[in-house]
Design a binder for this molecule. Structure first.
Ligand code: BGC
Length: 352
């Protein structure tokens, strides 16, 4: 079969290669790959800046934003041939730590977790893949074009879940949310905010292209201004930060309403020092009971929440988030950012 592979640590090693077909184990599904989303993490791995190959190998099959159709499933299990499925990204550490032992592998405490397509396990970037039935999630059959948005949706489903739990430490009735960054994570965070009945605002740098329209189609408000000015004016109860840009992070921390919660989801570049008045940031957080939390990955509970959120979302809006589909054989094109790209997807089933 054909697979998108990379040698982690070696920029420029991305290749579409012939690899042996996978053989499903007793409790595994054999899945025909339909599509694969490409995100910032994949680009980092392709540049040689992140990622780990499986032990004893040079190459890793890339890809963690999956979508496929079950070709073969264990008899008597929860899945059947033809089901639309995605595979979970993370697996618990072998020890396991307390969090992994309780199914909260997204909160792994010792860093020895593994991740499909990222850390020591082959990913979903191949025309056929296998997945343990316990780490597969079925999607509404109507999501055959857009279900590839599932993994980034799980990341924001977790972020909102965290916000809710943190908020509930006292009386919590948020009204206004600000999402910074209108990439796939930001837009999906906005979708989930709207589904929660909040007054959602989205901030990004660009003034044209698809982003402003995608935000207004959600019934949310788009802003292309300075982050400090927008946050100051809106005084949001919740911020989902999805740019990972240092200055934006500190602007939103300083501008939330009292009892505000800032959830950071953007994996930032390092080595760009910033001058901040740490005393002022600390003072505001203390006097306002403010919270800043980081959030990564997702566990099965978040996958189920994301599957529900996608099932009730407007299909044409989800479709519009996918701005480019590139066949696997031309995979490298998906790694070069087009100016108006939101989500770029590789097609694995020969459909261009
Ligand atoms: C993925 C997460 C993963 C993280 C760190 C992100 O791109 O969406 O599932 O945990 O990278 O490897």
């Amino acid at each position: 079969m054909r697979a998108l592979t990379v040698i982690p640590g070696h920029g420029g090693s991305l290749a579409v290669s012939e690899v042996p077909d996978p053989e499903p184990g007793e409790h595994e599904l054999l899945v025909e790959g339909l599509a694969l989303g490409v995100c910032g993490t994949d680009k980092e791995i392709a540049r040689g800046e992140y990622g780990w190959a499986p032990p004893g190998r040079d190459r890793l099959v890339l890809g963690h934003e999956s979508l496929g159709r079950v070709r073969r499933a264990p008899r008597g299990g929860d899945f059947a041939e033809g089901d639309l499925v995605v595979g979970v990204v993370r697996r618990p550490d072998p020890e396991p730590c307390g969090a992994c032992a309780r199914g909260q592998f997204d909160m792994c405490r010792n860093g020895r977790y593994t991740e499909r397509g990222i850390k020591e396990l082959d990913g979903y970037g191949s025309t056929l893949w296998t997945v343990e039935a316990d780490y597969a999630v079925r999607l509404d059959p109507g999501l055959h074009e857009t279900g590839v948005l599932m993994e980034p949706t799980t990341v924001v489903a977790k972020a909102w879940d965290e916000v809710q739990r943190v908020g509930e430490r006292a009386w919590f009735e948020p009204r206004r949310a600000l999402v910074t960054g209108a990439g796939p994570i930001g837009l999906l965070a906005a979708l989930l905010g709207v589904q929660r009945g909040l007054d959602v605002h989205v901030l990004d740098r660009v003034e044209d292209g698809p982003k402003p329209g995608l935000v207004s189609r959600l019934g949310a408000t788009y802003h292309a201004e300075d982050a400090a000015a927008v946050t100051e004016r809106l005084r949001p109860d919740v911020v989902i930060e999805a740019t990972g840009a240092g200055p934006v992070v500190f602007d939103v921390i300083s501008g939330t309403a009292p009892y505000g919660i800032v959830c950071l989801t953007g994996v930032s570049a390092t080595g760009r020092p910033l001058r901040v008045d740490a005393g002022s940031v600390n003072r505001d957080l203390v006097l306002d009971n403010g919270v800043v939390l980081g959030s990564v990955n997702a566990n099965l509970r978040h996958y189920r929440a994301a599957a529900d959120a996608l099932a009730k979302a407007d299909r044409s809006w989800l479709e519009a988030l996918i701005t480019r589909r590139v066949p696997l054989e031309r995979a490298k094109e998906a790694f070069d950012g087009g100016e108006d790209d939101v989500k770029v997807v590789l097609t694995l089933d020969g459909e261009g």
